[in-house]
Design a protein around this ligand. Structure first.
Ligand code: SF4
Length: 333
């Protein structure tokens, strides 16, 4: 494995993500899917998928990347983050007996996408950083076959693997889970700064289309001040045209006693981001047509009206507003 170092005590350090786990022979890292196998770090989930499904791209969520196209979604097990509110803990936290599971090669995944008329393959369900090699190998083959690639990720990885990973991704939705170090430390057992570094790198150094998602959890990351700080950081570091999705949390994993997020909380964050001047803000996980609509950043008219993942109205001519001719930011047919 490329991203590993041998330490003076013969342990192996994994350098994929900022945890830099130091592993004795036979030991697995925090993500529990990378293991020191006789001096080589082995990805135990290579070729193992925990689900394959065809989804609308809006479900990732990506609202400015080939709207209404189909994507082939898949993921494995394990995660590099320790989110106490994980919404997919049935996938990220289980530890199957990998040797006894059927395998799906990168070629087979790409062939499935082609056969099912999917415009893209989405690495999702669990964080693809936890299956870095499997995702990158699949993405390389996808690119040769004119299939796009999407990473739904926490963005928690080190600078070198970050470069390689996003070289092969055409679009990404990065979770900006909460805008404080305290939130990341307490609720994700991780740190905020490496995520911010990844987001800036993707926006400013790659051709990968970027959207952001913040899962709002009442009382944890929903104060006006925190949302304002997040919007200020986005505007100052990425500009006003990066789409930001505020999505609703449902009680799961270690946050089973927390309240589900209400539409009012989503709308409050939406209003703050609007006042700050972001051009593309959305709410998700609770259906609300007004805050799921894409508006023209110049004339303010509705361009794409959605209900859930379905398109109700399309007012684009190509990638331009049919009312005033302004280009909509994103990647379109
Ligand atoms: S990828 Fe896994 S093993 Fe490697 S540093 Fe991160 S948590 Fe540790």
């Amino acid at each position: 494995m490329k991203y590993q170092n041998t330490l003076s005590d013969n342990r192996i350090e994994c350098s994929i993500c900022p945890r830099k786990c130091k592993l004795s022979d036979g030991q697995s890292g925090f993500c529990f899917v990378r293991e020191n196998n006789n001096g080589e770090i082995k990805l135990k989930t290579y070729g193992i998928n925990t689900g394959l499904a065809i989804d609308p791209v809006e479900k990732k969520p990506l609202y400015h990347f080939y709207p209404t196209s189909n994507v082939l979604s898949f993921g494995t097990n394990g995660c590099i983050m320790g989110c106490q509110f994980c919404q997919n803990d049935n996938i990220t936290k289980v530890r199957p007996m990998y040797d006894f599971l059927n395998k799906t090669s990168p070629e087979e995944i790409v062939n499935l996408a082609i056969k099912n008329d999917c415009q893209a393959i989405a690495f999702t369900y669990n964080d693809p950083i936890a299956f870095f090699e499997y995702a990158v190998d699949t993405a390389k083959i996808a690119r040769k076959n004119n299939i796009k690639t999407i990473a739904v990720t926490s963005g928690y990885l080190n600078p070198e693997p970050c470069k390689e990973f996003f070289e092969y991704m055409d679009a990404t939705n990065i979770d900006l889970k909460g805008f404080s170090e305290k939130f990341y430390k307490k609720n994700c057992l991780a740190h905020l700064q490496p995520v911010l570094d990844t987001i800036k790198y993707v926006k400013n150094n790659t051709n990968c289309w970027l959207e952001l998602t913040t899962l709002l959890i009442e009382g944890e990351n929903t104060s006006d001040q925190i949302i304002e700080n997040e919007c200020d950081w986005i505007i100052n570091n990425l500009g006003k045209d990066v789409p930001l999705h505020f999505s609703a949390f449902f009680p799961r994993y270690k946050f089973k006693n927390h309240k589900p997020t209400t539409l009012e909380i989503l709308q409050n964050a939406y209003n703050i981001a609007t006042r700050k001047g972001l051009n593309y803000i959305y709410t998700g996980n609770i259906s609300d047509i007004q805050t799921s609509t894409t508006y023209c950043k110049n004339c303010g008219k509705p361009l794409i009206i959605r209900e859930g993942y379905s398109l109700l109205e399309n007012n684009l001519t190509g990638d331009k507003c049919k009312f005033c001719g302004t280009k909509l930011d994103g990647i379109f047919d």
